[in-house]
Write a protein that binds this ligand. Structure first.
Ligand code: VGL
Ligand code: ZN
Length: 202
């Protein structure tokens, strides 16, 4: 067991991000079993769940004439347009059926604001609106995080970068994460994470 100051955060291991899902990440289901095993090492496990209302502003379907994976400018900045995914209460928004959820002390839902996306588990994409996770971790004396899940170059990376900025020690388990890799996004986010002091581990 690791020290109580460490937490494992499993990002968005949901059906829609796994093969067969609406925004499938290649190999997304392949990390479920090793992550289940890794949970036993941590006294604190957090799961995050992308949890959008129908018609969310990050969906290409909400922008007539725009294609999936295009980038538009929203009031808070650039936003990639995604296929409809992780709609609250749908089968696609559920965790992968093989993922252990019993060890989780917290299941954090994000992306619920209809007009603002939230890749990071800490701040919405306006980079200002907190989810409350920073305070939850601080209250419990947690100072070091291990992050893994889906997708490496979006929700895992944004969460890792925010956590590092907040002063937490962050390790991303790349071998227990899978990437979307849109227009070189994986290489860019790996560089950004390394520059921010995030430890990229297998
Ligand atoms: C994610 C795109 C849209 C993720 C969530 O979990 O990485 N990516 N919503
Ligand atoms: Zn989403």
């Amino acid at each position: 067991m690791r020290p109580a100051s460490e937490a494992l955060i499993v990002i968005d291991l949901q059906a829609d991000f796994c093969p067969g899902g609406a925004l499938a990440v290649a190999g997304g289901d392949g990390i479920v079993l090793p992550l289940n095993a890794l949970m036993d090492e941590f006294a604190t496990v957090v799961l995050t769940q992308d949890w959008h209302p129908a018609g969310h502003r990050s969906f290409a379907s909400s922008h007539p004439g725009q294609a999936v994976f295009a980038t538009v400018t929203l009031p808070y900045g650039p936003q990639t347009l995604w296929p409809d995914h992780c709609v609250q209460g749908t089968a696609g928004a559920a965790f992968h059926p093989g993922l252990r959820t019993d060890p989780a002390a917290l299941i954090l839902r994000k992306g619920m604001n209809p007009g603002v996306d939230s890749y990071s588990a800490f701040f919405e994409n306006d980079r200002r609106t907190p989810t409350g996770l920073a305070g939850w971790l601080a209250d419990r004396g947690i100072t070091a995080l291990t992050l893994a899940g889906l997708a490496t170059d979006f929700c895992v990376a944004f969460s890792a970068l925010d956590a590092a900025r907040l002063g937490l020690a962050v390790t991303v388990r790349e071998g227990l994460s899978r990437a979307i890799d849109l227009d070189g996004s994986l290489a860019a986010r790996r560089r950004a994470m390394a520059a921010a002091g995030v430890v990229l581990a297998p």
